[in-house]
Design a binder for this molecule. Sequence first.
Ligand SMILES: NC(=O)c1ccc[n+]([C@@H]2O[C@H](COP(=O)([O-])OP(=O)(O)OC[C@H]3O[C@@H](n4cnc5c(N)ncnc54)[C@H](O)[C@@H]3O)[C@@H](O)[C@H]2O)c1
Length: 324
Amino acid sequence: MAVLVTGAAGFIGSYVAHALLARGDSVIGVDNLNDYYPTELKDARLAKLLPHSSFTFHKTDIADFDALAAHCENAGIETIIHLAAQAGVRYSIQNPFAYERSNLAGHLSILELARKLKTKHLVYASSSSIYGANTQIPFSEGHKTDAPVSLYGATKKANELMSSSYARLYELAQTGLRFFTVYGPWGRPDMAYWIFAEKMLKGEPIEVFNHGDMARDFTYIDDIVSGVLAAHDRPPLANEPPHQVFNLGNDKPEKLMTLIQLLEKELGIEAKKEMRGMQDGDVERTWADIGLARQHLGYAPRTSLADGIAQYVAWRLALPNAFG
Ligand SMILES: NC(=O)c1ccc[n+]([C@@H]2O[C@H](COP(=O)([O-])OP(=O)(O)OC[C@H]3O[C@@H](n4cnc5c(N)ncnc54)[C@H](O)[C@@H]3O)[C@@H](O)[C@H]2O)c1
């Protein structure tokens, strides 16, 4: 039996696929390899997966249900880990329709596929963005999430609601994971840690938003992968609701200026900082309460921001060039 991983050429999806293969699972990966960020990076991630004999890849758009279903029928898929999405908060201001297709039509397509294939468990990516303007900290799964500040956050909230309805209607076992600022080697070039490092290496100034008064619950990729696998392996129990949602964060918000200092230390370069105001769609602080994931999934993040950034910079400095 196989696990379908959507977004398999993406940052988190490629790591999850590796981890599943490493423990002996068969993986069917799908991704449309879009050019939201350089496709060379997606190709490079995929190139590391393709040699595995238990890995099959299909370049396809998840929003195209017929094409997706054609690849997945009779493929022995038992569970789905759905990580394909149009990510990014700021891009949703310029390109809202990319979110409609990948996140709304795409999620519906995956729900329909799960229904059709009668999968045992569908695990999907939600986001800390759904907490939006929530001021209660740390962010807990029971808090209100009806005030997203970006369209991206709104589509992730919509995904949770769509999943709830499918769980009720069809008893489809599902787990939604609200990821908090995931980072690490092979990461995403649209994220602050990556942009800062590249600019610092080129001697260019970095833009520091909200005058540096921001904090994020940064979560290292290896910790997220262990949380995703733990969630995958624990479908909702018979006495629990068929759809559950967990925060996967680090329970340790770090200041933006701390991130910059760690990059400066690891790169051996002092950043030229240009202070800016707050950006539309952004929030000042995220902080995950991970008590529920600890209790139900045994989730226990281990990587400090200092260690994670050291790993990221070591990886980056070993590359001849940044991707793209
Ligand atoms: N990285 C983070 O900090 C973070 C935080 C919160 C939530 N998430 C969510 O986690 C998931 C994985 O994020 P990531 O950081 O790996 O992003 P990513 O952009 O690296 O990976 C997403 C992959 O999905 C693919 N994709 C997008 N639309 C598609 C479509 N219509 N059909 C097929 N493939 C499509 C992309 O080509 C990409 O390879 C996403 O759902 C994202 O919203 C990520």
